[in-house]
Design a binder for this molecule. Sequence first.
Ligand code: PLP
Length: 271
Amino acid sequence: MSATKKKYPAMLSVAGSDNTGGAGIQADIKTALALGVYAATVITGVTSQNSFGVKDVALAGAESLRSQFETLFRVMTPDAIKTGMIPDPETAEIISAELKRRSSAPLVVDPVLFTTAGGSLATDPKETSLIIKSRLTPQAILVTPNIPEASYYIGEDIAHEDPEKVCRELKEIFGSHAILLKGGHSDRIDRCCDFLWDGISLKVFEAEKITTRNLHGTGCVLSSAIASSLALGMNLVQAVANAKEFISAAIARSVGFNVLEGYGPLNLKLN
Ligand code: PLP
């Protein structure tokens, strides 16, 4: 790229397709677009799902994955990367190796294995989680578990534990620069608190808790909003704050947003 041309900010989403358009790759592209960031994708698999659960996950497979990384990195250097659905241990291995080899951009890992509506996104969640935590998350600037994911990785229900203690344990497990423990599943009815821990200080991001049935894809949108904000040049604290503001507005707009039957998506736009 010529030195005189200013580069447009770009993020890469390594994630799965959600045919309802509310989560996965589709949510990541819409989020990046709303925040003024170009989105490229490496698709890990194609899900068939709806508001009632996941019916099928077709894996992209090793050959396609390596080929997607190879062709993309020949022509583009992403400013930030996020990973979402990782459908099996081999995919986790390949993503870890490809990113280690090809990229030094900040990496945000959403350690998702199951969907809220029901169903696993991975064929072997236990084995997949082992590769994610040993190979992928040590490369990450940030890992973004919600309370059920944090409980799964720690091996016990942490819903009522001290957030700082949980964050310390998660940082040990994931080996990432920082942890964002998302509090949306907590039984607090008034506020939603997310906790950012970088091994030195704990920052709390608070928002009003909004009651809506449309929360499908929330984890995907938050992690891609953080990656997009990093691609725009923000530091980690600014990026989490910007993403939290973006998602809180999207959740507020999702009240009465009727595009699907049942558990629906967020309403993503900038204003
Ligand atoms: N489907 C795909 C392909 C995803 O990547 C994710 C989350 O990462 C989900 C579904 C999760 O959806 P939900 O927010 O409803 O749990």
